[in-house]
Design a protein. Structure first.
Length: 221
């Protein structure tokens, strides 16, 4: 469904807001998203620390001008219609003669290269949806992911498939976070390097699935 077809917050009860970052976590791993955003569990490791260091330059609110754009750092974001809240690392804007923002594009900072789960792209698109509502802009065409390791930017186009994926992810995250228990643990490639691996214990779940009989009754002779 196109975001423009979503019900407006003015036509009914506003949905409970979820953090934009939860969309990223959910597409990476639904269980991780639940542990962090529903149970408040968080463990730091080298990857999270490097991520924090990568964001150090954009976590302080402020602005500057560069190459014809005004760069707004650490800009709070929200969407009443979609029930989102969060913060953009950088939003590049241009203003018209009346000083109104007429163009905007979000820039998300990541420590490493692009990942294959699409979570960074959805997070960036959600920021664009918030900016469209906040600033009264038509559809924002694209934004950027800045990769600190390579000092390069990857352009992300906010086309219809990505917008639809973002909307469906918002709905899925809201449903998951509303559940009384976390999604079951599952051993998968994302577990490598995950800071919550010691809490999640995906290996234990894998053993139970593959028929580990350690805790089953046995007959002793």
């Amino acid at each position: 469904m196109d975001p423009a077809e979503q019900p407006s917050a003015k036509s009914g009860v506003e949905p409970e807001r979820i953090p934009i970052s939860a969309l990223n976590q959910y597409l990476y791993c639904a269980r991780r998203a639940y542990l962090i955003h529903a149970e408040g569990v968080f463990v730091a490791n080298e990857h999270t620390v490097l991520g924090d260091l990568a964001h150090a330059a954009v976590d302080t609110p402020g602005y500057e001008h560069r190459a014809g754009w005004e760069l707004l750092r650490a800009l709070p974001l929200y969407s009443d219609a979609l029930g989102l809240s969060g913060k953009a690392d950088i939003v590049e804007v241009r203003r018209d003669q009346s000083d109104r923002v007429c163009e905007a594009r979000p820039v998300e900072t990541k420590k490493g290269p692009a990942r294959r789960w699409g979570n960074d792209q959805v997070q960036l698109c959600a920021q664009a949806l918030c900016l469209e509502e906040m600033l009264g802009l038509p559809k924002i065409g694209s934004g950027f992911i800045y990769h600190v390791a390579s000092a390069k930017r990857t352009e992300v186009t906010f086309d219809t498939p990505l917008r639809n994926l973002t909307i469906s992810t918002i709905q899925a995250v809201r449903a998951v976070l509303g559940q009384p228990v976390a999604p079951p643990a599952e051993l998968k490639p994302q577990c490598e390097g995950c800071s919550l691996r010691g809490v999640c214990l995906p290996e234990a779940a894998e053993k139970s699935v593959t028929g580990n009989r350690l805790f089953e009754p046995r007959e002793y002779v």
